[in-house]
Design a protein around this ligand. Structure first.
Ligand code: SF4
Ligand code: SF4
Length: 332
């Protein structure tokens, strides 16, 4: 096995040192089963996860639950839903205690006097036409008015095959409202016509994602290795899928042999008791999964495998840095 210092020059070693102190222990929380949208292809609703359990309404139970999660070692709470901003008190139970990320459609503005530095990820599924087709609304118009210039907010841009050739239009708009953007790909869980990826489209979108990073390095939070992984579904010659996925809830993980995985990861339902299989859809066929965070984590937990060459290890560092920026552990 090669050593870190034999692989890296001073510049890269410094970058490595900065992230090597970080020790993410994330888990994901369904804050509510409700949403003020119903997007076609939302994994939460399409897989029936919103009906898996009844919401816990007692705020004392939320506070006690978060305390318990901290004792379990969680140091990064990723809040999803449904739409978390429908339940600000529940968000606050996390935010008061640990680094918290809130994924939202941006239709409701998180009050910054109450949550001054909470990281907010705004979902965006394309240009106004595609957003209207898939989500029933041009959310960008509303979310960009709510969050323009907010230093703790970025767009989580889910690219669909229909976005080929159009990503620059979106990224320029995001730049113009003074926000950052991170890209991921649609998994099309509901099989909406025209929104499933063809192999040649994945090749083309990878080129486009690379070009966007080159053209808008201050706006796009990404790296080319991530683009390669997410579009090919391959890492160091290994295919992504159930056997490799790191984001599986610990109590649902019966895989043998056990792959490298996020330590003690759980995705909790909003009753604070039920657990979902993984960070995305309970019913998704893992061979079609394009989830950005799961792919990112896949790279991050496989550090040793990337220590076979300088380039591979630099790729690993870049993905780790990207994750750390997205959750505000290091500056943009
Ligand atoms: S806004 Fe998010 S949670 Fe709500 S339906 Fe759309 S994808 Fe699902
Ligand atoms: S659906 Fe995706 S995130 Fe869930 S277990 Fe399968 S590969 Fe992992």
């Amino acid at each position: 096995m090669k050593t870190v210092s034999s692989l890296l020059d001073d510049h890269w070693y410094e970058r490595y040192k900065r992230i090597s102190k970080l020790n993410f222990r994330s888990s994901i929380y369904d804050v509510t089963n409700r949403c003020n949208l119903r997007c076609k292809g939302c994994f939460f609703f399409s897989s029936g996860e919103h009906e898996a359990a009844a919401e816990e309404n007692d705020m004392e139970k939320w506070h006690a639950f978060v305390e318990k999660e901290m004792k379990r070692g969680v140091n990064l709470a990723i809040l999803i839903g449904g739409e978390p901003t429908l339940c600000l008190d529940r968000i606050e139970a996390f935010y008061k205690r640990m680094p918290t990320f809130c994924a939202t459609n941006g239709l409701i503005k998180v009050p910054r006097d109450r949550f001054p530095d909470m990281m907010v990820g705004l979902s965006l599924w394309g240009n106004p036409e595609d957003e209207t087709t898939l989500r029933g609304k041009d959310t960008f118009k509303i979310s960009s008015a709510n969050y323009a210039g907010d230093p703790h907010t970025y767009y989580l841009y889910t690219i669909t095959p229909k976005q080929l050739g159009k990503t620059e239009e979106i990224i320029r708009k995001i730049k113009d409202v003074g926000l950052k953007v991170h890209m991921q790909l649609l998994s099309n869980d509901e099989g909406v016509d025209g929104f499933s990826w063809k192999p040649e489209e994945l090749i083309a979108i990878r080129d486009e994602m690379d070009a966007m990073l080159d053209a808008y390095p201050e706006t796009v939070i990404s790296c080319k290795y991530y683009h390669e992984i997410i579009t090919t579904g391959q890492m160091l010659g290994r295919p992504f899928g159930w056997l490799e996925c790191p984001s599986v809830t610990i109590s649902k993980d019966n895989r043998e042999p056990q792959p490298k995985r996020l330590i003690n990861f759980i995705r909790w339902s909003s009753d604070l008791q039920t657990m979902h299989r993984c960070c995305t859809s309970e019913t998704r066929d893992c061979s079609t999964c394009k989830d950005g965070a799961a792919h990112m984590s896949w790279v991050m937990v496989n550090k040793r495998a990337h220590m076979r060459s300088t380039k591979d290890f630099q790729n690993w560092i870049e993905v780790y840095e990207m994750f750390a920026k997205l959750y505000q552990f290091i500056p943009w």
